[in-house]
Design a protein around this ligand. Structure first.
Ligand code: MSP
Length: 661
C-alpha cells in the first residue's frame, strides 16, 4: 500500500518557527508509523523559493535570490535533522526538475485553453502577492494584512478556475474525508456555495516580479508563486521518489498523496486552487487535505514584534527533542489552535514523561535487577487483561492516525502506562519477593511489566524516536527499532525470558521547576519586547534618529493642536473577532461611557486576551464604519518593527475614562 504524506513547502524568507516544526513533526509521526506497518511510505517536505516575499527578503539582505535561498534552506535542513525528521525527499522549487514540470504543465493548460490572457484591473497587495476587488478592501487597505494596496491595470494570464466550481463542490460532498477537520470542510463548502468562484490570475509581469518560473508561452511573465509551489507535491513524486513506487503502485506513484498537512491559513489555496488545478490537468486528486490550527505563545499571537517567536531548535536543545515532539502532538487535538508556554511544556515533561513513563521504566529495570539479576524472568502465567490491552492498542492507533488524531493515539498508549503503574502498585513485587512461596507470582509480575515496556517502546517510537530506541536497547532488544514491523512485534510474549536488561539512567529527567531563573527571557514576550524597544532607542540615538528629528521639525504642531484631541483610558468589557475579516476586532469599551470600537489588531491579539484590559482611546473622533460596523473612536497602538500593532496600556490600574494629558 502506498502512503504519501506532505508538509507545506516553507518560504525561505525567514527562520523556521514552531508552526513549521509542528506540521513537519506530525507528518514524521505518520511516516514512521506507516513504515512500521510495512507500507510503502513516501514523505516529502521542502522549501518554496520563488515569489515576492523571498525576492524582497533577499534584497534586504543584499543577496541574489538564489544565493539567499541556498543559505536559508540550510536552516530548515538542519532543523529537520535535529528534530529527527525522517523525510524521504526534500524538494526546492528552484530545482531544475521541478521548474521543468511546472513549465510543462503550464504549457499543457495553455494548449488546452484552460489558461487565457486578459487585461486585468484590480487592487494589488504586494507583500501578500494578491489581487483584491474594490469591495473587499478595508478602509482602502488589504483585508488580510491591513497594508496599502496599489491599483493595477495590466495584461495577465488566468486559469479558468471558475469552470470547476460545481465539480469541486461535488467532490468535497462525495468524499467526506477530502478536507478535514469537518469544520474546515464546511468552511470550504460554504465558501463555494455563497459566491461564484473567480478565475485565478496565475502570472506576474517580469517588470514587477522577476523571481519566478518563466511562462513557457510568454517570456515576459513569471508564474504566480502558488501555482509553482502547489505543483511540488506532484513534481517531487515524479522525480524525487524512489522508482520502486512506480513498479508496485502504477505509473504516477507515489502520487496521489494520502495526506497534505497544512495550516488553516493556507486552506483555500489547497482546497480550491490546487484541487481545481489537478482537475484541469486530469491528475487524480489527493485523498485528504488536513488543516491544523495555529499556535499562540502564552496567549498571544506569535510575532516578531512581540519577540515571542518560538524557535524550535532552542526548545529541543533545552528540553529534549522527544519532549518537544511529544508536547506538540499531545497538547492540542490536531485541527484546533494551541497555546505554547514553557510552563505547559515543563508540566507535561514532569508529569507524563518523567513521572508516568520514565518512572515506570526505572522502577521495572531496578526491580528486575534486584530480584532477577537483570534478566527477564520466566512468567508463571499470562496476564490476560494486560495482554488484551497492549495488543488492542494497535487497532486503536490505526483508527486515530487515519484521521490524524495524534492526541487520542497518545491517550490510548497512556492507558497502558497507567495500567502497568497501577498493576505494580497493587501487586507490590517488593512484598512478593519476601515470600518464597510467591516466587512464581513475582516472576509473572516482573515479566508482564517488562513486556508492557516493550510494547510502549514500539507504539511510542513514531512520536519519540530517540528515547524509544534507548528504551528498546535497555530491554535487550538487538534489532533496530526503526526497521521493525509493528504487526509482527505487537504480540504478547515476544519478550524472551533470559534476555539481559541494561540500565542507562532515566529516559526523561525531571525539570527542576524550583529554579526561577530558567533562562526564561528567551520565551518571555515582555522581556523580548523590552529588548526590541532598547534596540529601537539605540537606533534613534544614532544617525537614523537624527534624520527623523530633522524631518519631524518641519511637522511640529502647537499645544492647541494637541488639546483638540481627546484621549481617555477605556476598559475593554467585551471583544470579538469581526466575522469575515482576519484582522478586525470589535471591542465594547467603557471610557466613562460605553462605546464600540473596531480595530485592526487581530493579527497580534486574540479577542479574549483583550477583555478586562485597560487601553487608550481617542474619544472625539468622527465615527467611521469598518466592514459595516460603526467604530466610535480609535485605540492607540504602536507599530512594531514588523508592522504588527502593540496596543498601549497604562502600567498601573487607572479608572476607565481617565484623561490622557
Ligand atoms: N510557502 C507557503 C506554503 C506553500 S505549500 C504549497 C507558506 N509557507 S510559510 O512558510 O509561510 O508557512 C508554512 C506553514 O506554517 C503554514 O502551514 C502555516 O499555517 C504554518 N504556520 C505559520 N504560523 C503558524 C503558527 N503560529 N502555528 C502553526 N502553524 C503556523 O505558507
Amino acid at each position: 500500500m502506498n502512503f504519501y504524506v506532505t508538509t507545506p513547502i516553507y518560504y525561505v524568507n525567514d527562520q523556521p518557527h514552531i508552526g513549521h516544526a509542528y506540521t513537519t513533526v506530525a507528518a514524521d509521526v505518520l511516516a514512521r508509523y506507516h513504515r512500521m506497518r510495512g507500507r510503502d511510505v513516501y514523505f516529502q517536505t521542502g522549501t518554496d523559493e520563488h515569489g515576492q516575499k523571498v525576492q524582497s527578503a533577499a534584497e534586504e539582505r543584499g543577496l541574489d535570490p538564489k544565493g539567499h535561498a541556498d543559505m536559508m534552506v540550510e536552516n530548515f535542513k538542519t532543523l529537520w535533522t535535529k528534530l529527527d525528521i525522517s523525510h524521504d525527499a526534500f524538494i526546492r522549487t528552484t530545482d531544475a526538475d521541478h521548474t521543468k514540470v511546472v513549465r510543462e504543465l503550464l504549457q499543457r493548460l495553455w494548449d488546452e485553453k484552460q489558461i487565457v490572457k486578459r487585461t486585468y484591473s484590480g487592487w494589488y497587495c504586494t507583500p501578500d502577492e494578491r489581487f483584491w476587488m474594490e469591495k473587499d478592501l478595508v478602509e482602502g487597505c488589504c483585508p488580510d494584512c491591513g497594508r496599502e494596496v496599489e491599483k493595477i491595470e495590466e495584461d495577465n494570464y488566468f486559469f479558468l478556475m471558475s469552470e470547476y466550481q460545481d465539480r469541486l463542490t461535488e467532490h468535497i460532498q462525495k468524499n467526506p474525508g477530502y478536507i478535514l477537520p469537518e469544520t474546515r470542510r464546511n468552511e470550504v463548502l460554504g465558501f463555494l456555495k455563497n459566491q461564484p468562484l473567480g478565475d485565478l490570475c496565475i502570472s506576474r509581469p517580469k517588470t514587477r516580479l522577476a523571481w519566478g518560473v518563466t511562462l513557457p508561452f510568454d517570456e515576459d511573465f513569471v508564474t504566480y508563486v502558488w501555482f509553482d509551489a502547489l505543483l511540488n507535491y506532484y513534481s517531487g513524486a515524479q522525480y524525487l521518489a524512489p522508482a520502486e513506487f512506480k513498479k508496485t503502485n502504477g505509473d504516477l506513484a507515489p502520487w496521489p498523496a494520502t495526506h497534505h498537512l497544512i495550516g488553516k491559513d493556507i486552506l483555500t489555496t489547497h482546497a480550491v486552487y490546487w484541487s481545481t488545478m489537478l482537475m484541469a490537468l486530469e491528475i487524480p486528486l489527493p485523498e485528504n487535505i488536513f488543516a491544523h490550527g495555529w499556535w499562540t505563545v502564552e496567549g498571544r499571537k506569535m510575532s516578531k514584534s512581540l519577540g515571542n517567536v518560538v524557535e524550535p531548535a532552542g526548545v529541543a536543545e533545552k528540553y529534549g527533542v522527544d519532549a518537544f515532539r511529544y508536547f506538540l502532538l499531545r497538547e492540542v487535538p490536531f485541527g484546533l489552535d494551541g497555546d505554547f508556554s514553557e510552563d505547559a511544556l515543563v508540566n507535561r515533561i514532569n508529569t507524563e514523561l518523567a513521572n508516568d513513563l520514565g518512572n515506570l521504566q526505572s522502577r521495572v529495570l531496578k526491580m528486575v535487577a534486584k530480584y532477577c539479576k537483570s534478566e527477564v524472568p520466566e512468567p508463571e502465567e499470562t496476564e490476560e487483561e494486560m495482554k488484551a490491552l497492549a495488543e488492542g492498542i494497535l487497532d486503536a492507533l490505526e483508527g486515530h492516525l487515519e484521521v490524524l488524531q495524534f492526541q487520542r493515539a497518545l491517550d490510548e498508549i497512556w492507558k497502558l502506562v497507567s495500567f502497568v503503574n497501577k498493576y505494580i502498585d497493587t501487586n507490590a513485587p517488593w512484598a512478593l519477593a519476601k515470600d518464597p512461596a510467591k516466587a512464581g507470582r513475582l516472576r509473572t509480575v516482573l515479566y508482564s511489566s517488562t513486556e508492557a515496556l516493550r510494547f510502549l517502546a514500539l507504539y511510542l517510537h513514531p512520536f519519540m524516536p530517540g528515547s524509544t530506541v534507548k528504551l528498546w536497547r535497555t530491554l535487550g532488544q538487538g534489532e533496530d527499532l526503526r526497521e521493525i514491523s509493528l504487526d509482527k512485534e505487537a504480540r504478547w510474549g515476544r519478550l524472551k525470558p533470559g534476555t539481559g536488561l541494561l540500565d542507562e539512567g532515566p529516559l526523561f529527567p525531571r525539570i527542576d521547576t524550583g529554579k526561577k531563573e530558567r533562562e526564561r527571557a528567551k520565551f518571555e514576550p515582555k522581556r523580548a519586547t523590552e529588548k526590541a524597544i532598547g534596540e529601537m532607542r539605540q537606533k534613534l540615538s544614532g544617525k537614523e534618529g537624527k534624520d527623523m528629528e530633522e524631518k519631524a521639525a518641519d511637522n511640529l504642531i502647537s499645544i492647541d493642536g494637541l488639546t483638540k484631541v481627546e484621549i481617555k483610558t477605556g476598559k475593554v468589557l467585551k471583544a470579538e473577532a469581526v466575522e469575515g475579516s482576519n484582522k478586525l476586532i470589535r471591542l465594547e469599551v467603557d471610557t466613562g461611557e460605553p462605546r464600540q470600537i473596531v480595530a485592526g489588531i487581530g493579527n497580534a491579539y486574540r479577542p479574549e486576551d483583550l477583555e478586562g484590559k485597560t487601553i487608550v482611546v481617542v474619544t472625539n473622533l468622527k465615527p467611521a464604519k469598518l466592514m459595516g460596523i460603526e467604530s466610535q473612536g480609535m485605540l492607540l497602538a504602536a507599530t512594531g518593527p514588523d508592522g504588527e500593532p502593540s496596543v498601549l496600556m497604562p502600567d498601573r490600574e487607572v479608572p476607565p475614562g481617565s484623561k490622557i494629558k
